[in-house]
Write a protein that binds this ligand. Sequence first.
Ligand SMILES: [Zn+2]
Length: 304
Amino acid sequence: MERYDIDKLRSLSCEGVAQRLGIKVQHHKALCCFHSDHTPSLTFKKNKFKCWSCGESGDSISFVMKVLGKDFLDACRWLADEHNVIVSSFAASEDSAVQQKPFDASRYERFFERPWLLPEARKFLFDERRIDPRVVRWCRLTSWKDKQGVPWLQTPYYDCDGKLVGVQNRNLIRGALPRFRFPSGSQCGIYNLPVLNLLKPGEQLFITEGCSDCWAMLSAGHKAIAIPSATLLTKKDVELLETWNLKHETTFHMFPDNDTPGERLFLQLQKVLPSLVHHQLPLGCKDFSEFYLQTITKTKTQNG
Ligand SMILES: [Zn+2]
Protein backbone atom coordinates (compact mmCIF):
# COMPACT_ATOMS: atom_id res chain seq x y z
CA MET A 1 0.00 0.00 0.00
CA GLU A 2 1.31 3.41 -0.86
CA ARG A 3 2.42 5.94 1.68
CA TYR A 4 0.08 8.46 0.05
CA ASP A 5 -2.96 6.21 0.64
CA ILE A 6 -2.02 5.50 4.23
CA ASP A 7 -1.65 9.23 4.86
CA LYS A 8 -5.09 9.77 3.36
CA LEU A 9 -6.62 7.25 5.78
CA ARG A 10 -4.62 8.69 8.69
CA SER A 11 -6.02 12.14 7.95
CA LEU A 12 -9.64 10.98 8.42
CA SER A 13 -11.46 12.59 11.32
CA CYS A 14 -11.06 10.21 14.25
CA GLU A 15 -14.34 11.42 15.71
CA GLY A 16 -16.14 10.48 12.51
CA VAL A 17 -14.49 7.07 12.53
CA ALA A 18 -15.58 6.55 16.16
CA GLN A 19 -19.17 7.39 15.25
CA ARG A 20 -19.04 4.96 12.33
CA LEU A 21 -17.97 2.32 14.87
CA GLY A 22 -21.11 3.03 16.87
CA ILE A 23 -19.43 5.02 19.64
CA LYS A 24 -21.52 7.87 21.03
CA VAL A 25 -19.51 11.07 20.80
CA GLN A 26 -20.68 14.28 22.47
CA HIS A 27 -18.71 17.52 22.50
CA HIS A 28 -15.72 15.62 21.02
CA LYS A 29 -15.74 13.21 24.00
CA ALA A 30 -16.86 9.63 24.55
CA LEU A 31 -16.78 6.88 27.15
CA CYS A 32 -13.42 5.18 26.67
CA CYS A 33 -13.66 1.77 25.04
CA PHE A 34 -10.24 0.69 26.29
CA HIS A 35 -10.96 0.80 30.02
CA SER A 36 -14.06 0.71 32.22
CA ASP A 37 -15.02 4.37 31.95
CA HIS A 38 -17.82 6.15 33.80
CA THR A 39 -17.22 9.74 32.72
CA PRO A 40 -16.20 10.41 29.11
CA SER A 41 -12.38 10.43 29.14
CA LEU A 42 -11.81 9.62 25.48
CA THR A 43 -11.24 12.80 23.49
CA PHE A 44 -11.02 13.46 19.76
CA LYS A 45 -9.08 16.18 18.02
CA LYS A 46 -8.90 16.15 14.23
CA ASN A 47 -7.38 12.81 13.25
CA LYS A 48 -6.25 11.82 16.75
CA PHE A 49 -7.76 10.21 19.85
CA LYS A 50 -6.54 10.18 23.43
CA CYS A 51 -7.91 8.80 26.69
CA TRP A 52 -7.00 10.97 29.67
CA SER A 53 -7.64 8.09 32.10
CA CYS A 54 -5.92 5.04 30.64
CA GLY A 55 -3.59 6.83 28.23
CA GLU A 56 -4.58 5.02 25.00
CA SER A 57 -3.92 7.28 22.05
CA GLY A 58 -3.34 7.22 18.33
CA ASP A 59 -4.83 8.01 14.93
CA SER A 60 -7.80 6.74 12.92
CA ILE A 61 -5.98 3.62 11.74
CA SER A 62 -4.77 2.54 15.17
CA PHE A 63 -8.22 3.31 16.58
CA VAL A 64 -9.84 0.84 14.17
CA MET A 65 -7.08 -1.71 14.84
CA LYS A 66 -7.71 -1.51 18.58
CA VAL A 67 -11.49 -1.38 18.58
CA LEU A 68 -12.10 -4.04 15.94
CA GLY A 69 -9.04 -6.16 16.70
CA LYS A 70 -7.84 -5.91 13.10
CA ASP A 71 -4.29 -5.87 11.84
CA PHE A 72 -2.90 -2.80 10.10
CA LEU A 73 -3.88 -3.77 6.58
CA ASP A 74 -7.40 -4.91 7.48
CA ALA A 75 -7.96 -1.71 9.45
CA CYS A 76 -6.93 0.27 6.34
CA ARG A 77 -9.28 -1.78 4.19
CA TRP A 78 -12.12 -1.23 6.64
CA LEU A 79 -11.48 2.52 6.73
CA ALA A 80 -11.21 2.78 2.96
CA ASP A 81 -14.46 0.90 2.62
CA GLU A 82 -16.42 2.82 5.22
CA HIS A 83 -15.25 6.21 4.02
CA ASN A 84 -15.12 5.54 0.31
CA VAL A 85 -11.48 6.55 0.05
CA ILE A 86 -10.13 5.32 -3.24
CA VAL A 87 -7.00 3.40 -2.48
CA SER A 88 -4.80 2.59 -5.43
CA SER A 89 -3.55 -0.76 -4.23
CA PHE A 90 -3.78 -2.99 -1.22
CA ALA A 91 -0.55 -4.83 -1.93
CA ALA A 92 1.21 -4.72 1.39
CA SER A 93 4.44 -2.79 1.49
CA GLU A 94 7.02 -4.09 3.90
CA ASP A 95 7.00 -1.22 6.32
CA SER A 96 3.25 -1.15 6.86
CA ALA A 97 2.00 -4.71 6.96
CA VAL A 98 2.16 -6.50 10.26
CA GLN A 99 2.95 -10.15 9.65
CA GLN A 100 -0.06 -12.17 10.71
CA LYS A 101 -0.13 -15.79 11.80
CA PRO A 102 -2.18 -18.07 9.52
CA PHE A 103 -5.55 -19.27 10.83
CA ASP A 104 -5.25 -22.42 12.92
CA ALA A 105 -8.51 -24.28 12.21
CA SER A 106 -7.59 -27.26 14.41
CA ARG A 107 -7.75 -24.98 17.46
CA TYR A 108 -11.37 -23.99 16.81
CA GLU A 109 -13.02 -26.88 14.94
CA ARG A 110 -14.00 -28.77 18.10
CA PHE A 111 -16.02 -25.78 19.45
CA PHE A 112 -18.46 -26.16 16.57
CA GLU A 113 -18.81 -29.93 16.78
CA ARG A 114 -20.90 -29.66 19.93
CA PRO A 115 -22.27 -26.14 19.89
CA TRP A 116 -23.89 -24.87 23.06
CA LEU A 117 -25.66 -21.64 23.76
CA LEU A 118 -25.30 -19.56 26.91
CA PRO A 119 -28.49 -17.90 28.20
CA GLU A 120 -27.14 -14.60 26.79
CA ALA A 121 -26.75 -16.21 23.35
CA ARG A 122 -30.25 -17.75 23.47
CA LYS A 123 -31.71 -14.40 24.45
CA PHE A 124 -29.91 -12.63 21.58
CA LEU A 125 -30.71 -15.22 18.90
CA PHE A 126 -34.17 -16.42 19.87
CA ASP A 127 -35.79 -13.58 21.86
CA GLU A 128 -34.26 -10.49 20.27
CA ARG A 129 -33.55 -11.64 16.71
CA ARG A 130 -36.19 -14.41 16.47
CA ILE A 131 -33.80 -16.64 14.55
CA ASP A 132 -35.13 -20.09 13.62
CA PRO A 133 -33.44 -22.80 15.75
CA ARG A 134 -32.82 -24.80 12.55
CA VAL A 135 -30.78 -21.88 11.20
CA VAL A 136 -28.74 -21.74 14.41
CA ARG A 137 -28.01 -25.47 14.05
CA TRP A 138 -27.16 -25.18 10.35
CA CYS A 139 -24.79 -22.28 11.10
CA ARG A 140 -23.31 -24.17 14.07
CA LEU A 141 -23.43 -21.11 16.26
CA THR A 142 -21.88 -21.56 19.67
CA SER A 143 -20.90 -19.36 22.61
CA TRP A 144 -18.34 -19.02 25.37
CA LYS A 145 -17.33 -16.77 28.26
CA ASP A 146 -13.88 -15.19 28.49
CA LYS A 147 -11.84 -14.79 31.68
CA GLN A 148 -13.52 -11.46 32.42
CA GLY A 149 -16.92 -13.18 32.21
CA VAL A 150 -17.87 -11.52 28.92
CA PRO A 151 -20.22 -13.75 26.89
CA TRP A 152 -19.34 -14.12 23.18
CA LEU A 153 -21.32 -15.60 20.32
CA GLN A 154 -18.99 -17.59 18.14
CA THR A 155 -19.71 -17.87 14.42
CA PRO A 156 -17.71 -20.23 12.21
CA TYR A 157 -16.90 -19.32 8.60
CA TYR A 158 -16.64 -22.28 6.24
CA ASP A 159 -15.64 -22.42 2.60
CA CYS A 160 -17.75 -24.18 -0.04
CA ASP A 161 -16.28 -27.54 0.91
CA GLY A 162 -17.09 -27.13 4.58
CA LYS A 163 -13.53 -26.33 5.65
CA LEU A 164 -13.31 -23.95 8.63
CA VAL A 165 -11.53 -20.80 7.42
CA GLY A 166 -12.33 -18.22 10.08
CA VAL A 167 -14.17 -17.39 13.28
CA GLN A 168 -16.08 -14.31 14.32
CA ASN A 169 -16.69 -13.56 17.99
CA ARG A 170 -19.54 -11.21 18.76
CA ASN A 171 -19.74 -9.48 22.13
CA LEU A 172 -23.13 -10.31 23.65
CA ILE A 173 -23.10 -7.39 26.07
CA ARG A 174 -25.14 -4.69 24.40
CA GLY A 175 -23.08 -1.62 23.51
CA ALA A 176 -19.81 -3.13 24.79
CA LEU A 177 -16.62 -2.77 22.79
CA PRO A 178 -14.99 -4.33 20.96
CA ARG A 179 -18.16 -5.60 19.31
CA PHE A 180 -16.29 -8.18 17.26
CA ARG A 181 -13.10 -10.16 17.62
CA PHE A 182 -11.45 -12.41 15.07
CA PRO A 183 -8.76 -15.00 15.84
CA SER A 184 -5.50 -14.38 14.03
CA GLY A 185 -5.62 -15.08 10.30
CA SER A 186 -9.41 -15.57 10.16
CA GLN A 187 -10.72 -15.30 6.61
CA CYS A 188 -14.14 -13.80 7.15
CA GLY A 189 -14.91 -12.78 3.57
CA ILE A 190 -18.13 -14.44 2.47
CA TYR A 191 -20.33 -15.95 5.19
CA ASN A 192 -22.37 -19.17 4.77
CA LEU A 193 -20.71 -20.42 1.58
CA PRO A 194 -21.81 -24.06 2.19
CA VAL A 195 -25.38 -22.95 1.32
CA LEU A 196 -24.31 -22.75 -2.35
CA ASN A 197 -24.34 -26.55 -2.47
CA LEU A 198 -28.04 -26.57 -1.54
CA LEU A 199 -29.11 -24.24 -4.38
CA LYS A 200 -31.32 -25.75 -7.03
CA PRO A 201 -30.70 -24.64 -10.64
CA GLY A 202 -32.01 -21.12 -11.17
CA GLU A 203 -32.75 -20.59 -7.47
CA GLN A 204 -32.45 -17.16 -5.85
CA LEU A 205 -29.52 -16.37 -3.59
CA PHE A 206 -29.81 -13.36 -1.30
CA ILE A 207 -26.75 -11.32 -0.38
CA THR A 208 -26.79 -9.66 3.04
CA GLU A 209 -24.32 -7.36 4.74
CA GLY A 210 -23.57 -9.31 7.90
CA CYS A 211 -24.10 -12.61 9.70
CA SER A 212 -27.17 -11.50 11.66
CA ASP A 213 -28.98 -10.30 8.53
CA CYS A 214 -28.01 -13.58 6.91
CA TRP A 215 -29.59 -15.56 9.80
CA ALA A 216 -32.76 -13.46 9.47
CA MET A 217 -32.86 -14.08 5.71
CA LEU A 218 -32.40 -17.83 6.26
CA SER A 219 -35.09 -17.81 8.96
CA ALA A 220 -37.42 -16.11 6.46
CA GLY A 221 -36.92 -19.14 4.22
CA HIS A 222 -34.44 -17.72 1.69
CA LYS A 223 -31.02 -19.07 0.84
CA ALA A 224 -28.47 -16.41 1.73
CA ILE A 225 -24.82 -15.50 2.13
CA ALA A 226 -23.25 -12.38 3.71
CA ILE A 227 -20.68 -10.11 2.13
CA PRO A 228 -19.74 -7.35 4.58
CA SER A 229 -17.71 -5.23 2.19
CA ALA A 230 -16.85 -5.20 -1.47
CA THR A 231 -13.17 -4.41 -0.97
CA LEU A 232 -12.70 -7.44 1.27
CA LEU A 233 -13.82 -9.74 -1.55
CA THR A 234 -10.89 -11.64 -2.94
CA LYS A 235 -10.50 -12.45 -6.62
CA LYS A 236 -11.15 -16.08 -5.71
CA ASP A 237 -14.48 -15.16 -4.05
CA VAL A 238 -15.59 -13.19 -7.09
CA GLU A 239 -14.66 -16.01 -9.46
CA LEU A 240 -16.55 -18.49 -7.32
CA LEU A 241 -19.75 -16.43 -7.45
CA GLU A 242 -19.42 -15.74 -11.18
CA THR A 243 -18.93 -19.43 -11.93
CA TRP A 244 -21.89 -20.36 -9.74
CA ASN A 245 -24.04 -17.88 -11.60
CA LEU A 246 -23.04 -19.37 -14.98
CA LYS A 247 -23.11 -23.03 -14.04
CA HIS A 248 -26.22 -23.15 -11.89
CA GLU A 249 -28.10 -20.08 -13.19
CA THR A 250 -28.18 -18.76 -9.66
CA THR A 251 -29.72 -15.30 -9.50
CA PHE A 252 -28.38 -12.81 -6.95
CA HIS A 253 -30.69 -10.61 -4.89
CA MET A 254 -30.15 -7.98 -2.25
CA PHE A 255 -32.13 -5.81 0.18
CA PRO A 256 -29.53 -3.09 0.77
CA ASP A 257 -29.56 -1.41 4.19
CA ASN A 258 -31.71 1.73 4.05
CA ASP A 259 -28.76 4.13 4.24
CA THR A 260 -25.90 5.48 2.13
CA PRO A 261 -23.35 2.76 3.01
CA GLY A 262 -26.01 0.13 2.20
CA GLU A 263 -26.67 1.57 -1.25
CA ARG A 264 -22.94 2.00 -1.83
CA LEU A 265 -22.32 -1.66 -1.05
CA PHE A 266 -25.07 -2.63 -3.48
CA LEU A 267 -23.49 -0.57 -6.28
CA GLN A 268 -20.03 -1.97 -5.52
CA LEU A 269 -21.33 -5.55 -5.56
CA GLN A 270 -23.33 -4.93 -8.70
CA LYS A 271 -20.09 -4.04 -10.48
CA VAL A 272 -18.81 -7.50 -9.58
CA LEU A 273 -22.14 -9.33 -10.05
CA PRO A 274 -23.94 -7.41 -12.81
CA SER A 275 -27.10 -9.51 -12.46
CA LEU A 276 -27.61 -8.49 -8.81
CA VAL A 277 -31.27 -7.52 -8.29
CA HIS A 278 -32.15 -4.62 -5.99
CA HIS A 279 -35.02 -5.06 -3.51
CA GLN A 280 -36.24 -2.10 -1.50
CA LEU A 281 -36.82 -2.36 2.24
CA PRO A 282 -39.95 -0.53 3.40
CA LEU A 283 -39.45 2.98 4.73
CA GLY A 284 -38.37 2.98 8.38
CA CYS A 285 -36.68 -0.43 8.23
CA LYS A 286 -32.96 0.08 8.51
CA ASP A 287 -31.94 -3.44 7.55
CA PHE A 288 -33.37 -6.86 6.74
CA SER A 289 -33.21 -8.02 10.37
CA GLU A 290 -35.60 -5.23 11.33
CA PHE A 291 -37.90 -6.02 8.41
CA TYR A 292 -37.90 -9.70 9.37
CA LEU A 293 -38.75 -8.86 13.00
CA GLN A 294 -41.67 -6.69 11.89
CA THR A 295 -42.98 -9.42 9.58
CA ILE A 296 -42.72 -12.16 12.19
CA THR A 297 -44.41 -10.04 14.90
CA LYS A 298 -47.24 -9.18 12.48
CA THR A 299 -47.79 -12.85 11.60
CA LYS A 300 -47.89 -13.73 15.28
CA THR A 301 -50.52 -11.06 16.05
CA GLN A 302 -52.65 -12.21 13.11
CA ASN A 303 -52.54 -15.78 14.32
CA GLY A 304 -53.51 -14.62 17.80
ZN1 LIG B 1 -9.36 4.85 28.58
